[in-house]
Design a binder for this molecule. Structure first.
Ligand code: DAT
Ligand code: MG
Length: 135
């Protein structure tokens, strides 16, 4: 059997304020992933700079920083075979206007900054992000 993998998924401030926490959790559970750890918090600017370190120099970073610190988020550790890729499939493409119907972003999102959910993009980022939010 394939080894279980862990990934970091976060419901962003728009997802929390729109009442979509249960929707996100439900879609990941129905896909077969397992929720291992969960906490609600408001991200500090320092945490956001660590979490999005690869985007610090991007033109959209100031807007992303403002948004991600604008209200509570729900941080989660999910596990399952291929959990990193599976969670990203359930989430859909970064820009909700381009995301396929049937995905969280494709069904529920409207624009790229407020795209409801974050998921790690590989084993290294999953490890780093889980440590940042849970250690
Ligand atoms: P993802 O969240 O799908 O991993 P990413 O890591 O490339 O996407 O970007 C992180 C977040 O930054 C993304 O969820 C929304 C925002 N973002 C990405 N590209 C953007 C752009 N071109 N304009 C505005 N915001 C953007
Ligand atoms: Mg990313």
């Amino acid at each position: 059997m394939e080894m279980d993998e862990h990934t970091f998924v976060m419901v962003k401030p728009d997802g929390v304020s729109r009442g979509l926490i249960g929707e996100v959790i439900s879609r990941l559970e129905r896909k077969g992933l397992r929720l291992e750890r969960i906490r609600m918090l408001t991200i500090t600017e320092e945490m956001a700079r660590h979490h999005y370190a690869e985007h610090l120099e991007r033109p959209f970073f100031p807007e992303l920083l403002d948004f991600i610190c604008s209200g509570p988020v729900v941080a989660m550790d999910w596990s399952g075979p291929g959990a990193i890729a599976t969670a990203r499939e359930v989430m859909g493409a970064t820009d909700p206007r381009k995301a396929e119907r049937g995905t969280i972003r494709g069904d529920l999102g409207q624009e790229v900054t407020q795209n409801i959910v974050h998921g790690s993009d590989g084993p290294e980022s999953a490890k780093r992000e889980l440590a940042l939010f849970f250690d």
